[in-house]
Every structure is written in C-alpha cells, then in structure tokens.
Ligand binder design. Structure first.
Ligand code: PMP
Ligand code: GLN
Length: 378
C-alpha cells in the first residue's frame, strides 16, 4: 500500500487521552466536557426513537431542523439562509470541513491554512491531492498578517481556511479581519472555508464574526458547525454545513455517496430543542465562568496565561518552570503531576515549539479545582 498520508501518525488527541487514562491523570487535553449534557435533550432523543424516527433521515437532513437553524441564523446574523438549498446536516464539524474540501479541490490546488491549526485540516487537504500553504499566526497574539496572506496567493490558490474562535489558541477574528479577508478574495475565484464550531463560545461580549453575517462572502464560502460543541455532546458527532445554493448542490453530491444521511432521532430532538433560544444564548456565559474560574485558580501557579477570547481552550507558557519541549513537558505533567494538557507544537506541521501548552476548561468546577491544585506543585 502506498500511504495517502505518509507523514500522519495518530492524532495528538488520542495520544494524550490514552496517556491520561494510563496514568489516571486529570485530562484537560482532548477537548470535551466531563459534565452531563442537558437531560431534556436526551429525553427528546428517546422520545423521537419511541415515536418511530428510526429510519434514514433525508439526505440533506431533517427539514424542521434545517428550518430552525435558518431562523437561528437570521436571528443572530441577520442573513436569510434557505433551509432547502443552503444547509446540510453532517456527522460533525470535521466531516463538514472534509466534505467542503473534497467538493472543490482538484489535485495541485493550493489551500491557505493558518498555524497552529486544528489537526484535521492539513491531512484533509493532502488526501485530496491538494497542497497546504501554511502561514503562521503571529506569535504570541496569534493574529493573521494579511499582507503575508496576499503575498502567498498564486493562480493555484483555491481556498482560504479560517477558524474563529480558534482552536487551540482561543484567539478570535475581528471585523477588520473580515474586511481584510474580503479585500484578499475580491476579484478572485478563491473559496473560503470557515470553521465556526465554537460560534457560541466567545467571551467578554465580543461579537462572533461569522461569515454568515456577510451575504457577499457566503456566496464563496462553506461554514462548518458542530452540535457536539453547542450542546456538550461531542460523542454525538453531529453538525451542519452552510453554503451558497450553487456550492451546496456540489457538496451534497459528495455527501450523498459518503454518509448519505445522519442519525435521525437526534435531528428530530434538536429541531425541537433549538426552538428555545436560551439553549444557545446561555452557552457563552456558562463557559466564560469556567474560563474565569480556571484563570483565577491558575493565578497561584508558575504558568503564564495567554489570553483566551473564545473556544474552550486556554493556553499557557511555562518558561518560568522549564525549558523542555512542550511535548516532553506535557508528558511529564501527566506522569509526575497528574494533569494532562496538549502540546501546541502538535498543531504545526513542522512541530514549531513556542513552548505553549493547551488546557481544556470545559470541565466540572471540581475538575478544574483539582487540576489547579495539582499544577500548584509544578
Ligand atoms: N473544528 C475544530 C477547530 C474543532 O476543535 C473541532 C472539535 N473537534 C471540530 C472542528 C469538529 O468537531 P466535530 O467533528 O466533533 O463536530
Ligand atoms: N476538537 C477537540 C480538541 O481539539 C478534539 C477533537 C478530536 O478528538 N478529534 O481537543
């Protein structure tokens, strides 16, 4: 077999979670909540199953779910999205990204990816025979240098991938970034892939700069979302992708022969649960309280906090503690101190090590307290 992904190993999330399990450490590595999800939503899934929603959903997704999503988008971002032609329910946000890339990429096409980057992006580009063009977010603010982006555009540039709020850094794009993005793609055939799975996890009253606010950009974009992040159920692997009618038509050609359709009862349950706006409007406050709690607990340690404006991740530098590589340090924290982070170098193809580790704070308060108590000894 000739590997299609010769330089890929096992993802850092599986590696760190396995290490955490082996050493029974407090796992703040892989991003997932350790508290229970909403019980009413669980009851609704059960109800849907008892009510007979156990056969294939439509290929595009259960229509009432797409309709309520269109209402949510109109309410939040003021844009009309057609539930028939512009929304497809997907088995998770990662799948939405993969399918968007597969829909547009031809071998040799270039895709601009900012690093550090969620670890599926580059392999998803490579497996399509396309070429990742990597640009570093400027350390330590993790901001985009748009002049550099424009300098890297070639006739082969097919797509620019953005992610706001950003995994792993918690940085967010501003309105000015969107202006720069528009300036960069204007008059070109470049598509945009916007990963917005942390849409509601944005803090300090910063508005989320969704591509969906900008109808002119939606025309050339795929926007990927995840119910796993929205309703604390990452194991459901359910999300949705939004695009223009023209692009969505092509997206569905790929989707229908790959996954065809997603889990029916959860789509029925979500279509009802989403009617209650509080179910998503309260998320930011809930998670901001966790960010702030973790931040204040960690203030007594020798770790140096980097700002987190969104996502459920908070990065720390550890130069006051050690000069080890971030990977070695993450492993040692697990083995010797009982807390597992993720090394941020894993989000760079060349393993660039700014000596930064990422903690996930989507955890019970008592988990965060326990972790901070252990990290106090480092
Ligand atoms: N994008 C980013 C940046 C993420 O952190 C995640 C969470 N794993 C996803 C996409 C996809 O989420 P999922 O496929 O689990 O819905
Ligand atoms: N998005 C999560 C993280 O960054 C986990 C995703 C995964 O395990 N594939 O930790």
């Amino acid at each position: 077999l000739t590997s299609k992904l010769p330089s890929s190993g096992t993802t850092i999330f599986s590696v760190m979670s396995a290490l955490a399990a082996e050493h029974r450490s407090v796992n703040l590595g892989q991003g997932f909540p350790d508290y229970p999800m909403n019980q009413e939503l669980i009851a609704k899934v059960n109800e849907a199953m008892y009510n007979g929603f156990n056969q294939y959903a439509p290929m595009q997704g259960y229509l009432p779910l797409r309709e309520v999503l269109a209402q949510k988008i109109k309410f939040l971002y003021g844009t009309d999205i057609n539930p028939d032609s512009q929304i497809t329910i997907t088995p998770g946000g990662t799948y939405g990204i993969y399918t968007s890339l597969t829909t547009v990429l031809q071998p040799g096409d270039e895709v601009i990816i900012f690093e550090p980057a969620y670890d599926s992006y580059v392999p998803n580009v490579l497996v399509n025979g396309a070429v990742p063009v990597l640009i570093d977010l400027q350390f330590p603010e993790y901001k985009i240098n748009w002049e550099e982006v424009r300098a890297k555009i070639t006739p082969r540039t097919r797509m620019i991938m953005i992610n706001t709020p950003h995994n792993p850094t918690g940085s967010v794009l501003s309105e000015n970034d969107i202006t720069e993005l528009r300036k960069t793609v204007e008059g070109t055939n470049i598509f945009i892939l916007s990963d917005e799975v942390y849409e509601h996890l944005i803090y300090d009253n910063i508005p989320h700069q969704s591509i969906l606010r900008y109808p002119d950009l939606v025309e050339r974009s795929f926007v990927s979302f995840s119910f796993g992040k929205l309703y604390h159920c990452t194991g459901w692997k359910l999300g949705y992708c939004i695009s223009s009618p023209e692009l969505m038509k092509e997206f569905r050609k790929v989707h229908q022969y790959n996954c065809f359709s997603c889990h029916s009862p959860s789509q029925v349950a979500l279509s009802e649960f989403l009617q209650n706006k509080d179910s998503y409007l309260r998320l930011s406050g809930f998670m901001q309280a966790k960010r702030d709690l973790f931040h204040s607990l960690m203030a007594g340690t020798r770790f140096t906090a980097m700002p987190s404006y969104g996502s459920y991740f908070q990065c720390y530098q550890y130069h006051r503690i050690s000069e080890e590589s971030d990977h070695a340090f993450a492993v040692r924290l697990t083995k010797e101190f009982g807390v597992t982070p993720v090394p941020v170098s894993a989000f760079y193809q060349n393993g660039k090590d700014h000596k930064v580790i990422r903690f996930c704070f989507a955890k019970k308060d008592e988990t965060l307290e326990k972790a901070a108590e252990l990290l106090m000894k480092v």
